[in-house]
Design a protein around this ligand. Sequence first.
Ligand code: UD1
Length: 387
Amino acid sequence: MYDVATSVGPILCVVGARPNYMKIAPIIRALRSDPAAPRATLVHTGQHYDEAMNERLFADLELPPPDVNLGVGSGSHAQQTAEVMRRFEPVVDAAAPSCVVVVGDVNSTLACSLVAAKKGVRVAHVEAGLRSFDRSMPEEINRLLTDQLCEALYITERSAAENLEREGIPRERVHFVGNVMIDSLKASLPHAVAPAVVFAANAVGPKLIGEGGRFGLVTLHRPSNVDDQANLAESLAILTEVARELPLVWPLHPRTRANIERFGLDRTIDGKRIIRLPPQGYLETLGLMRDAALVITDSGGIQEETTALGVPCLTMRENTERPVTIEQGTNVLVGRNRGLVRAHVADVLAGRAKRGRMPELWDGRASERIVAHMVSWLVGRAESAYA
Ligand code: UD1
């Protein structure tokens, strides 16, 4: 039998940080279950290294352990990006891949794209074309540059195609496939951990969660909200005001936890109404998100997941690279504007929350579409299980 794995180099699938894992998991699964697809090798750059940021998510997503771990760790943006490049180069040399697949917009995404492109190795970007038009975000720089280097650009929403066209990317490179993160969400939702279980595991007594178990879920980690003392204090003041109406549950990113401590802001947080948790696993986060009355976040992915779940989302940012979550989903931008937050929380508590709908192609099959395209693109024959 024709052995594709020996005739075409492997596909190197790259992950670096937490939001990458739920995107790569369904792609690895689809590649490994398609006999026509080249072998898939999972490379972890080690940008995120904590147990809480890694092992639990890998297990929850049924991601196989990485074949290669570059163990890069933290550093300045330049250090981290350079270190990923330095350590990824010999991996590419040894593997002679047919393609490198990168996802999202973290430093590892750009670093690995740059190494591969300069070696003449094809790069595919999953979640291409999203733009916040805010170059003070490190992710925006990563997105812009990564997309210039890629030969296949898989997009989650139609706005991305317009952005890429404006930037001169040839149209035939762009493929509207849907959202792989929603593939993971759909596959895992039946296994989501109920909030009561999460609370019990973290010794949160039932009295802390309001009547009827109503609570809001918070995640904040963007430098713009948490790295500057005044902005972090203002974010905390907003949460304190919301928490008077609705108890809040807040799994803390290490960056945010460290800054609360560094700025001495601990004492400004009412621990009875704002319940801080360590970073949670994927199934725990899904359960908290699904059952929350509302979500307050500055994450990119959570804007999309709340839209898919139909849960109201208040995004504490001035812009979003995911406009479909505003136009069609449950997302609203509130920045750090107290009046806006107050009005939206009141609407949610009065049952007048914005109702959204599921965006086009967020149907749980994006990874199948990607693999079908990859097989015909890399192997040159339409023999994919998904074609
Ligand atoms: C990175 C991504 C961001 C993504 C976020 C999700 C970039 C530019 N940013 O930001 O897009 O939304 O991941 O979490 O790539 N730390 C730990 N343990 C870890 C990892 C980090 O304690 O496993 C701490 C370190 O003190 C580090 C800080 O968190 O300095 C920030 O980590 P870093 O990877 O630089 O960026 P994130 O803020 O996590």
